[in-house]
Design a protein around this ligand. Structure first.
Ligand SMILES: [Zn+2]
Length: 309
């Protein structure tokens, strides 16, 4: 099957032309999550038209991933969590029909990424998989018995980053306090660091843009504050992974997201914690790195469209 694919993130939009297991072309459009989604539809349309001009008309549909809660069956974005505030009002199914004469299937971006990993990445041949993505926030998705877990209101499996780890803790973008995402993610890191005891004496105080790559590098050089923050975040990711294992009973845990590109062996630390602490009398959950990076969600368009055939 050939599919057009769109993945809407907070800082950019990826558009892809996919043929079965092959990503024919990927094009990235800069975006601003605080702006409107409707203003992005014109450049997205233009990109998809170019794909059709280059690769022919045989595309069977559009798989459309969005960084929020999505009613995949009604084709509606349900909640955006402060990104693209107009997104819940848009009729993307009609947009796809009018502009391309194609069906459009919407899905949460983390779920699309997991579908992609199952289709041709790290989760092939696995029927029960949990994916945890350490990106700007913490995204999660679940496949059980070979099917995406969605739940009655399309919230199941994708809110692992909003499990409470610190009751009464940091305020999260979702409105709750003490979510994993609020306590240990790229977006919460600058504030978390600035409030860490001894921050002023840390080299981190001289850094204009704090992210995990910077933090891990300074920790390696011996910065004590960075080491302590690193330890805390690893501990929370381990706890998140373990909670996901206990909640969804997977055979495989796939770790993705930009933070995984850093030099610190996060995967090993999480595998160790799962081995030591998971209540899995049947055996061990295998922890693996995602293989597809940012193309994962695009490659998920084919299995997403195939699911509705
Ligand atoms: Zn939250």
């Amino acid at each position: 099957m050939r599919a057009l694919a769109v993945d809407i993130g907070g800082t950019h939009v990826c558009c892809g032309a996919v043929d079965g297991r092959e990503l024919l072309e990927l094009f990235t459009i800069e975006a601003d999550g605080s702006g409107s989604l409707s203003s992005l539809l014109q450049p997205i349309s233009q990109t998809l038209r170019q794909f059709r001009a280059r690769y022919g008309e045989r595309f069977e549909g559009i798989g459309f991933g969005f960084c929020g809660l999505v009613d995949s069956f009604a084709g509606r974005i349900v909640s955006t969590n402060h990104k693209y505030p107009d997104a819940t009002e848009l009729d993307l199914v009609s947009w796809a029909k009018n502009d391309f004469g194609l069906p459009l299937i919407l899905e949460n971006d983390s779920r699309m990424a997991l579908l992609g990993e199952g289709h041709m990445g790290a989760a092939q041949q696995a029927s029960d998989v949990v994916m945890m993505t350490l990106g700007t926030g913490i995204g999660t998705a679940v496949i059980m018995s070979g099917r995406l877990v969605r739940g009655k209101h399309f919230q199941a499996g994708c809110l692992g980053g909003h499990f409470t780890i610190v009751p009464g803790g940091r305020l999260c973008s979702c409105g709750a306090r003490g979510c994993f995402e609020a306590e240990a993610s790229t977006y919460s890191l600058p504030k978390l660091s600035a409030e860490w005891p001894g921050f002023e004496s840390s080299q981190l105080a001289q850094v204009s843009r704090i992210d995990f790559e910077v933090l891990f590098n300074l920790a390696e050089k011996g910065d004590v504050v960075c080491r302590n923050i690193r330890e805390r975040c690893i501990e929370l990711w381990q706890a998140c992974a373990l909670s996901l294992v206990h909640a969804y009973d997977p055979e495989l845990l796939v770790l993705g997201g930009g933070v995984m590109q850093s030099s610190f062996p996060i995967l090993k630390a999480i595998q160790q914690h799962i081995d030591d602490s998971a209540w899995t009398p049947w055996g061990k959950v295998k922890v693996v790195a995602a293989k597809l990076g940012s193309s994962g969600a695009l490659l998920g368009a084919v299995p997403l469209l195939e699911e509705r055939r």
